[in-house]
Design a protein around this ligand. Structure first.
Ligand code: AMP
Ligand code: MG
Length: 401
């Protein structure tokens, strides 16, 4: 049996770029950029007025002029209107392009306006105040966002501002999620007292959805011939097969055998971890990757976060920032396995980080306990005692509160 680290290393050895697609900006959130985003103009593109008021030449004020005749009113979006005399000003609005004959904006709050004349009240006026100068933020042609960046809401803001109607994004692998098990019914059916609903499929699909990946979904009965025939098709039609169930030691766990018959090369079967020990990973001769997770809902859920998502991110070229949390209380775990402890996360200013409080449920079948937890804290194998205050990697599945 291999360790979690070995399993991770093997999986990351099979990362792959799946090409790129052009998508409308509205569909890009959560995807990964396949191009650099450049500034099409300076940012801001002109000396941008940041307060409603009057634009003057500072030198006039310095020479002692305090009252300025309003030559014109300039709204945002209008072509700049120049002054031609020292005692003139332009009444000007936030967002307008500063006329080149002026250099300072005095807000309405600091002037008295009487019959087209603006008198500056006593108080400091600083040269060039209330102007966001052209090119101050970024210069034309500067790279604003690099390829392989995750498209966040901030990236959407920038992309929209530089006029990107479409973005080139990394293509996702074609993914199918497969459940196995004769005890499983689809969620719209009424289960018999001895059946359960196949919740894993929906769980996995929703996790993928958060990462901008869509997936097909099918169910396989515990019948070796059917499993074999259907898998033969799926490993041709998809890049990634995410299976849950049927990989343990049970009489009806036919998945490994079927994969072997289809010459899907097994890289490992079983990882020294809890939950998710019977995890199977391999690759078909066509290149499809098969992640076959044990069916217990918490096992599948953990394995998707701990193995599939890092593989996806690395394939997309995105460097993920590993998260850590501080263990909030002493914890003991004796089996010689890496333990993924379900924890609630709370930010603690005095400790300067996220504190992880154990919220253990009743094992890997207790999916309802995921509601009480935010993450899995990864406790290394080879130790039994874990002390309050120690810092461990954390795999977050709920947005931080
Ligand atoms: P298995 O790995 O096939 O031995 O399944 C282990 C446990 O997980 C059993 O109690 C199954 O009923 C349950 N299980 C397997 N697949 C699913 C699924 N797609 N959704 C919900 N529970 C499942
Ligand atoms: Mg089963």
């Amino acid at each position: 049996m291999i360790s979690v680290e070995e399993a991770e290393r093997i999986i990351l050895g099979y990362c792959k770029v799946y090409g790129s697609d052009s998508l409308p900006l509205d569909d890009c959130l959560g995807r990964v950029l396949a191009e650099d985003l450049l500034a099409d103009r300076d940012l801001p593109p002109f000396d941008r007025v940041t307060m409603d008021g009057i634009a003057i030449r500072y030198d006039s004020l310095r020479q002692g002029i305090r009252t300025f005749r309003v030559k014109a009113i300039q709204a945002a979006g209008e072509e700049p209107i120049d002054i031609t005399a020292d005692d003139e000003c332009i009444e000007i609005m936030t967002g307008a392009a500063l006329p080149s004959s002026t250099d300072t904006v005095i807000p309405y709050e600091e002037i008295n306006m009487v019959q087209g004349n603006a008198t500056v009240k006593a108080g400091d006026v600083v040269a060039q105040q209330n102007i966001h100068p052209r090119g101050k933020d970024k210069k034309q042609h500067e790279v604003l966002v690099q390829a392989a960046s995750l498209i966040t809401t901030a990236v959407i803001t920038v992309a929209a501002a530089v006029g990107k109607v479409n973005l080139s994004v990394r293509k996702n692998p074609r993914v199918i999620i497969l459940s196995t098990g004769d005890e499983l019914v689809d969620i719209g059916e009424v289960p018999a007292p001895f059946q359960v609903r196949r919740s894993n499929n929906y769980a996995v699909r929703s996790v993928l959805q958060q990462y901008g990946v869509s997936a097909d979904m099918e169910h396989l009965p515990d019948a070796p011939d059917i499993i074999h025939d259907r898998l033969r098709q799926y490993i041709r039609d998809y890049d990634v097969i995410l299976l849950s169930g049927g990989v343990s030691m049970g009489k009806f766990d036919y998945v490994p055998e079927a994969l072997e018959k289809l010459q899907v090369k097994k890289f490992f079967h079983k990882v020294r971890q809890r939950p998710g020990k019977p995890f199977w990973f391999g690759q078909s001769t066509h290149g499809a990757l098969v992640f076959a997770f044990p069916g217990n809902p918490v096992s599948t859920f953990l394995c998707v976060h701990r193995y599939f998502l890092p593989w996806l991110r690395a394939s997309q070229g995105v460097t993920s920032r590993p998260a850590v949390a501080i263990l909030g209380e002493d914890f003991t775990f004796r089996p010689p396995l890496q333990y993924f402890l379900q924890v609630r996360l709370d930010s603690d200013a005095s400790l300067g980080g996220w504190v992880a409080t154990p919220v253990e449920g009743h094992g890997s079948g207790d999916f309802a306990n995921l509601l009480a937890a935010d993450a899995f804290l990864e406790l290394p194998m080879g130790r039994e005692e874990f002390k309050k205050g120690e810092v461990f990697p954390v795999w977050v599945f709920n947005p931080m509160r």
